[in-house]
Design a protein around this ligand. Structure first.
Ligand code: BGC
Length: 465
């Protein structure tokens, strides 16, 4: 059992190889974040240039999420056929093409097509990168490595908010969308140097290559051999994907858990703030555009900084306590924000207090559900059904994301500001109980061990024991 893994002194080089590999894969996360963040600031200028209706604006935003859902669905199959490395490469090419097309789009139609292409790229990246990271990283740091992926997402969002704010003075939305080509090219070049995932290689019967990759990534040949043996062991279950889903009720539980986890992440209400932060600053009494733009940058910054809390906690404190605390913090943040809207935000103190609550919510998300849901989703699927299971959960992330993004303004109109925030506060309270009842603790447990427990029918919340 590789739980007994020991990291011997004098073997630093392998660690840095692993770190480099994980860093590169996490670059995919940076692009994910850039593309999520960039549209908030670009949209007003695009709408002005192309003279589009608010309905068309909604399409400009949500076409990417649509593409991402499709990309995530296609990724399962693609990852199975060509592996993680080449899937990331296709994602990188789409990032480059999508960024260039959107920067040069002559009209709304081309822009929409470009956004769908970018969405496909984001969908592939959001599927492939966490899987790859979970298969490459040694289990002791697996949680932190995937959290690093989330860190890159948040840095991407912040960078997009900053660059939007910078370009907003000249009003150049083409530059806002176009600069993303640079990190996209970087990813494309970097991906060439990545090794194939040892788990994927072993699943294709390529044991020799898998062993060689593991030897490069682990501290000793013994460790590499042990890990390969564990992988072989877990490969003995002969079905995969849809077949496994229809025949095996234990696997079905993992798929449903993945869906639930991603619905929980999106229904915390995080993206309501990511997409509509300037508007929320407006509701909290900040009237000028520059106040709203810079306020949005602060939201992005706090999101990055609080992700470090998760990186520190995830492999020490564990997934469950961090999640429970995070949902609690988010419930309080949203709840009090709703109450402020109910009372009416008039004084300066009330304005800043409301924003403090908004930031508290961001901290709650970034330290918990943001990274941890991706960590858990990549950990709970058994190897033979991993591609299928993660396809389903990642597609769920994007579909739920689209629903949240597309209903917020309607909710404000029909329920009122306070009630809208209270609904999200209430959902976060419910998620605390779901975490207690259903979510497993997977800290410091090998993927193979989790798989054995799951397939032996252990209760979901105990599969990490
Ligand atoms: C979520 C995104 C969200 C981002 C914010 C990610 O984990 O999947 O929907 O926009 O975190 O940091």
């Amino acid at each position: 059992m590789s739980n007994s893994t020991s990291y011997k002194a004098g073997k630093r080089s392998n660690k840095s190889v692993t770190f480099f590999v994980c860093f590169l894969a996490a670059l995919a996360g940076l692009l994910f974040g850039l593309d999520i963040g960039v549209i908030a600031g670009a949209l007003p200028f695009i709408s002005h240039d192309f003279q589009i209706t608010s309905h068309q604006q909604e399409w400009v935003v949500s076409s990417m999420m649509f593409g991402a859902a499709v990309g995530a669905v296609g990724s399962g199959w693609m990852n199975f056929r060509i592996g993680r490395k080449y899937s990331l490469m296709i994602g990188a090419v789409l990032f480059v093409v999508g960024s260039l097309c959107s920067a040069f789009a002559p009209d709304t139609q081309i822009l929409l097509i470009a956004r769908v292409l970018l969405g496909l790229a984001v969908g592939i990246a959001s599927y492939t990168a966490p899987v790859y990271l979970s298969e490459i990283a040694p289990e002791k740091i697996r949680g932190s490595m995937i959290s690093m992926y989330q860190l890159m997402i948040t840095i991407g969002i912040l960078a997009a908010y900053l660059s939007d704010t910078g370009f907003s003075y000249s009003g150049s939305w083409r530059w806002m969308l176009g600069v993303i080509t640079i990190p996209a090219l970087l990813l494309l070049v970097g991906v060439f140097f990545l090794p194939d995932s040892p788990r994927w290689l072993a699943a294709r019967g390529n044991d020799d290559k898998a062993r060689r990759v593991l030897e490069k990534l682990r501290d000793s040949s013994e460790q590499a051999r042990n890990e390969l043996n564990e992988i072989r062991e877990s490969l003995k279950i002969k079905q995969s994907g849809w077949g496994l889903f229809t025949n095996n009720k234990n696997f079905r539980r993992a798929v449903y858990l993945g869906i639930l986890l991603q619905v929980m992440q999106q229904f915390t209400g995080m993206n309501v703030i990511m997409y509509y932060a300037p508007k929320i600053f407006g509701l909290a009494g900040f009237a000028s555009t520059s106040e709203q733009m810079w306020g949005t940058v602060i939201v992005g910054l706090v999101n990055v900084l609080a992700t470090f809390i998760a990186i520190g906690l995830v492999d020490r404190w564990g997934r469950k306590p961090t999640l429970k605390l995070g949902f609690l913090v988010m419930a309080i943040g949203m709840g009090v924000l709703g109450t402020m809207m109910h009372i009416g935000v008039e004084s300066t103190v009330a304005k800043y207090f409301s924003i403090a609550m908004l930031l508290m919510f961001i901290i709650g998300f970034a330290m918990s559900a943001g990274p941890l849901i991706w960590v858990l989703c990549s950990e709970i699927q058994p190897l033979k059904g991993r591609d299928f299971g993660i396809t389903v959960s990642t597609a769920t992330n994007w579909i739920a994301n689209m629903i949240v993004g597309a209903t917020f303004l309607t909710m404000l109109d029909s329920l009122g500001n306070a009630n809208t925030f209270w609904v999200y506060a209430g959902l976060n309270v419910v998620f605390i109980f779901i975490t207690i009842a259903l979510i497993p603790e997977t800290k410091n447990v090998s993927l193979e061990h989790i798989e054995r427990n799951l397939m032996n029918g252990k209760a979901l919340k105990n599969i990490g024991e």
